[in-house]
Every structure is written in structure tokens, then in C-alpha cells.
Write a protein of this length. Structure first.
Length: 85
């Protein structure tokens, strides 16, 4: 079974804003709001779309809107992956 790790999510998030090397995003930021970390709604939409493509899943729109932290995105994706396995 596939699982999204924090390091993978970090890569998706940083590529979405084009700052792979200059943005500091660590495991300490798991519960911080994505907007407070510098990720606007368009970046989050881009990330969720790329996650869907990468894992071959469909994330529920209402749940995606409620995933406002890195931990929320991890839990959402891994929950969908677990139910589709």
C-alpha cells in the first residue's frame, strides 16, 4: 500500500510555490495553517491536483477544503489511499 510521507508532501508543497530550496518547511509545521506558511489557495489546489495524479486517487472536494494544515493533507490523502487499497 502506498502512503504519503511528510517528505513527499513537503516536496509537492514547495514545488507548487517554486521555492524548493529557499522555503523552510519542517515537521514542526505539521499543524500550522498552510496560509500562515505562505501557501495560498491556488498553491493548495495545485498540490491536491498533483497528489491526485501521483497516487491515482480522487480527493473529496469538501474534505480538501477542510485540510488546512500539512497534517490535514497527509491524513486526507492517506485516508483515501487506505480505503482504495
Amino acid at each position: 500500500m502506498s502512503e504519503l510521507t511528510f517528505d513527499q508532501l513537503r516536496g509537492f508543497l514547495l514545488r507548487a510555490v517554486g521555492e524548493e530550496d529557499s522555503t523552510d518547511l519542517s515537521a514542526d509545521d505539521l499543524d500550522a495553517e498552510l496560509s500562515a506558511l505562505g501557501f495560498d489557495s491556488l498553491a493548495v489546489i495545485d498540490v491536491t491536483s498533483k497528489l491526485e495524479q501521483h497516487f491515482g486517487i480522487k480527493l473529496p472536494e469538501e474534505s480538501t477544503a477542510e485540510a488546512t494544515t500539512p497534517r490535514g493533507l497527509l491524513d486526507l490523502v492517506n485516508g483515501v489511499l487506505a480505503t482504495s487499497a
